[in-house]
Design a protein around this ligand. Structure first.
Ligand SMILES: [Zn+2]
Length: 129
């Protein structure tokens, strides 16, 4: 059940959260008793990425010591040339297994939620007995 991800995203966007990882979504879902896998969560979030969609995605390459060394626009553009971490100066070859994925909300989605919250609620339809 991935609908919960959309609910969580909406709440986070309203609260003004930014730059979150799939792990964060998983931990929120867990609090309401839903167990999500990293793979399904990441894939669902990636399916929401686009200029007219909810999310934008960011990738950052981590060095062997756990520093966020440099951003890339896609894991596919990772070269396997040795480089030096700009923080701890260790030499390493970037690995696709050590790329962090972050998401943020698109301006389009935030505007949509803003407008939505201004729309008065529909009157409740009462059941006639
Ligand atoms: Zn480092």
């Amino acid at each position: 059940m991935l609908f919960i991800i959309d609910d969580i995203l909406e709440e986070m966007a309203i609260e003004g959260k930014r730059y979150f990882s799939p792990h964060y979504i998983i931990s929120i879902a867990k609090q309401s008793g839903q167990i999500l896998t990293l793979k399904e969560t990441t894939n669902h979030l990636l399916s929401l990425v686009g200029s007219n969609k909810k999310l934008q995605v960011f990738y950052e390459v981590e060095c062997p010591n756990g520093d966020n060394d440099f951003p890339i626009s896609s894991p596919l553009e990772l070269s396997n040339e040795e480089r030096t971490c700009h923080l701890c100066h260790v030499e390493y070859i970037p690995s696709p297994d050590r790329v962090w994925v972050y998401f943020d909300f698109t301006p389009a989605y935030k505007n949509y939620l803003k407008k939505k919250s201004l729309v008065p609620e529909q009157p409740q339809i009462l059941a006639l007995v």
